[in-house]
Design a protein around this ligand. Sequence first.
Ligand SMILES: Cc1cc2nc3c(=O)[nH]c(=O)nc-3n(C[C@H](O)[C@H](O)[C@H](O)COP(=O)(O)OP(=O)(O)OC[C@H]3O[C@@H](n4cnc5c(N)ncnc54)[C@H](O)[C@@H]3O)c2cc1C
Length: 387
Amino acid sequence: MKIAIIGGGAAGCFCAIGLKRRLPDAEVTVYEAGPKLLAKVAVTGGGRCNLTNSFRDVRRLGEVYPRGEQLMRRALAAFSHEDTMRWFEAEGVRLTVQEDQCVFPVSQDAMQIVRTLERCLREAGVRVRLNAPVERVGDLDADRVVVTVGGSSREKLERLLPAGVEVTPCVPSLFTLKIPDAGLRALMGTVVEQASLALAGTKFRAAGTFLLTDWGVSGPATLRLSSYAARHLAENGYAGTLLVNWLDAPEAAAREWMAAAAAEHPQKQAAGTPPAGLTARLWRHLLSRAGLREDLRWAELGSKGAARLASTLTADAYPVAGRARFKEEFVTCGGVALSGVNLNTLESKVCPGLYFAGEALDVDAVTGGFNLQSAWSTAALVAAAME
Ligand SMILES: Cc1cc2nc3c(=O)[nH]c(=O)nc-3n(C[C@H](O)[C@H](O)[C@H](O)COP(=O)(O)OP(=O)(O)OC[C@H]3O[C@@H](n4cnc5c(N)ncnc54)[C@H](O)[C@@H]3O)c2cc1C
């Protein structure tokens, strides 16, 4: 049997190794458009490769896979993060789970992952064709074809795939937001360990560490929000209103905290007693946004001032004026529609013998190693299905 794999990235290489180990008599060929295999893996995690996650803090799969939750439930049942860790450790890669539950090689070197996969490809006897872009699936002389071309555009995927294979629109995910606000800009570099964000008028919400930059906002909470709202933001030209809850707490809790501060030290200046988690500079910025004097004492706050401050602390509104790229990681939201794919095998429903794995599918995740895990899991699912 001849099996062609289009794309020599994480999913393509992992699938090829799995296939050749299961089907030693099959002729497995990886066609890679570029001059090197695994070029993206080499730069993942800032060159350290966050290859999976412990999933310890994942309460619901949909929180980390905004697209493809149902598929990922099956793919992880077939090949979990623990299987990934066991697989790489069996190949001699020692791994470490960071405090934030991201998994990296102990070497902190993505090239160790690249070299390991390349060695496994060689040892298994997979054929590799570099500088070999495939224009159309139909051009290949193969009994089975696995499409692992990664994040792409809808047009490119439609050109590559046979007619009838449905592709959803492809838009970027995992980006930071441009906020043209001089006050925030002056606070560039400020980190809030736990804030929550929302897009006004939508259901999109995300919480976590929040970072102020010279162009706007970044950090895990922003990236998560960009992932959840990837399609919505694309459709709205990356414009909208960002609501920042600086305390990640309900307004009632903010009011309670203010009442307690006023009762405890009424003669102290509010500016001198920031809430836990906020820097003194950020707190002064928020007092000024709430229209309060810098030398205001807690006893002078009054009910109107308290209402304005509680609202600023928990729903501080900023206009979004576009997206900016997040250099560490970005992925494509959209790809081969899951409705046209058998979720147990990842074989096309309209084109038997055609399979998909990795980011080419309409599956993507938030940051933290979940994207590579989807590449390993979906690739393993295809390899098992073809046996
Ligand atoms: C800078 C950066 C850092 C990242 N860091 C992390 C991280 O630390 N952890 C994490 O989980 N995720 C990370 N990601 C996301 C992760 O890298 C991807 O989700 C993952 O690589 C997807 O694997 P894939 O095999 O589906 O696609 P890719 O790795 O993109 O591979 C697809 C391959 O197909 C080839 N190709 C495309 N079209 C054709 C064609 N027509 N013919 C032949 N070949 C073709 C491409 O050249 C490419 O080599 C990062 C992404 C970026 C951009």
